[in-house]
Unconditional design. Structure first.
Length: 233
């Protein structure tokens, strides 16, 4: 039930047959999928719509997308994660990430009406972001951390239609779609903002990280962001 995810460098070196000469490239990442809800409507729907191969493909694609979003082409910049497990199981809610495990609700999959494949992919891109992102040693606002996960979902083209419109919301750290669109604004005025902010969150949390990266306070940035949309509403 496991497969190895080579880094692009690793992949290239394997093709060249010189993998053993580069110790740091020999690290592989194990991806594990476990559908513990087989036999339930949602578990079986997952198997029909996604299958194990599809689950591993989504995990692999999302990881590469996240590394690119965070500018972590090299393993030394990333969190030291050696294995990620996706578990489809009977539970309340939609999904959550805990350490290197992602849990997805079979009931949510079973009840979802609409394009369930795209929804599952979007949910998993969000949860996979939590596996890899830094969170200021737990001190960054929770809404900010959720915003990164939805920023990844948004920029992967997986934002669902029920999300708020850009420019909506009252607080930069409201979380989810509100904060995702705000992060997109920050990225638009300072290319590399999201990757640099994530890197800063490795060492802790300070609201002045916004000033460091853009020369403006987060309150000023939020005002500037809201002002873009104020004339049209
Ligand atoms: C993961 O994606 C990379 C890049 O697209 C690809 O080279 C690799 O074969 C994939 N690995 C798996 C296990 O699907
Ligand atoms: C799958 O998950 C279930 C429930 O968490 C666990 O009991 C089982 O051992 C797991 N199976 C594999 C192959 O990891
Ligand atoms: C990463 O974690 C693995 C497993 O916990 C450990 O064996 C390895 O030494 C760690 N690597 C680094 C660079 O810390
Ligand atoms: C829909 O959700 C309810 C409540 O969690 C659950 O009992 C039911 O099995 C779900 N239906 C499907 C088809 O998964």
């Amino acid at each position: 039930m496991a497969t190895a995810l080579p880094t692009l460098l690793h992949f290239t070196l394997v093709l060249l047959g010189i993998i053993l000469l580069i110790p740091q490239a020999a690290e592989a990442l194990d991806l594990v999928f476990n559908n513990s809800a087989e036999g339930t409507a949602g578990g079986d729907r997952f198997d029909q719509q996604i299958r194990e191969g599809g689950a591993l493909e989504i995990m692999n694609s999302s990881i590469i997308f996240i590394w690119n979003t965070f500018g972590q082409q090299s393993g030394v910049d990333r969190k030291n994660v050696t294995k990620v497990t996706l578990i489809v199981e009977s539970m309340d809610g939609i999904a959550y990430a805990s350490g290197d495990e992602i849990h997805l609700s079979a009931e949510y999959v079973g009840n979802y009406s609409g394009d369930v494949k795209t929804e599952i992919r979007g949910v998993l891109y969000h949860e996979m972001t939590h596996v890899w992102q830094w969170d200021g040693n737990g001190n960054a606002p929770g809404g900010f951390i959720e915003g990164f996960a939805d920023y990844v979902r948004l920029t992967a083209g997986l934002a669902p239609s029920h999300w708020i419109k850009p420019g909506s919301g009252d607080r930069w750290d409201h979380g989810y779609d509100v904060t995702a669109y705000f992060l997109q604004y920050c990225e638009s005025i300072r290319a590399g903002f999201v990757a640099c902010m994530n890197a800063k969150l490795k060492g802790g949390w300070d609201i002045r990280f916004f000033n460091d990266l853009t020369g403006k306070s987060v309150d000023q940035l939020w005002k500037d962001y809201k002002a873009i949309y104020s004339s049209s509403t």
